[in-house]
Structure formats: C-alpha cells, structure tokens
Unconditional design. Sequence first.
Length: 132
Amino acid sequence: MKQSTQIPFIFAAISILIFLSGCIPDETTIQVKVFVHDRDNAPVKGASVNAYDRYSFNSADPMEKWLTLTNANIVSSREVNGSGIALMNLSRGKYAFFAKAPDGRYGGTEQYVSSDGERVDITVSPLPMTPV
C-alpha cells in the first residue's frame, strides 16, 4: 500500500477501537448493598442513604460525628426499598455511609468497599429522650 492509502485505513482502525472500547463494561464500578436497620435488626423503610468519598468530622463521638460531617462529597444518594436495602454503584475505595430514617433516627459507618455485592450495614440510633 502506498502511504497515502494507509492513512484512511489507520484512521478507520483507530475509530473502530475507540468505539468498541465504550462497549466494554467498566470494571472499576461495583454494586454495594447498603442495609439500614434498627438495633433489633429490623429494616428501616423509607430511609435515605448517602455515600461520601471525601469527608471529615468535627466530633470524635461515635453518634455525634455523623451530625458534624463536613467537606463532604456525595457520590451516591438512594432511598432504601421495603427490605431496608439500597443498591449503590461505587468505585472501590473508602466511604462514609450515612442513613436517616423518616422519623429522624440516623446512623452511619465508614467502610472500604472492594468487591461486587459487598454489604454495608448501618444501624440507626433510637431517638434521644427529651426531658419533660
């Protein structure tokens, strides 16, 4: 082949490769099952769940820290189904998961997720008693 006829052939081959690369599934994304439940392990229906990949806390207290989450970057936000499960598609890495129930109960956990189908458990706290 002459050099002038090779250029369109090379261009066509590169174009096909670029097109086909979009057809390959992205293996960097995994599906994570977030289970939101109460202390009795009963699912919490209607809870919302956020996953954050960059975040910091302004408190070291295990429950209070979730109310002081700052500089947070939400990468996924879902509502749980009737079984208390929310499915999230995330990249492998460490996340802060925060859940809030419709009645105001909340909870969170930090977890490194690395495999498809991995489960994240969040226990929502009972509402604090208010003095009468």
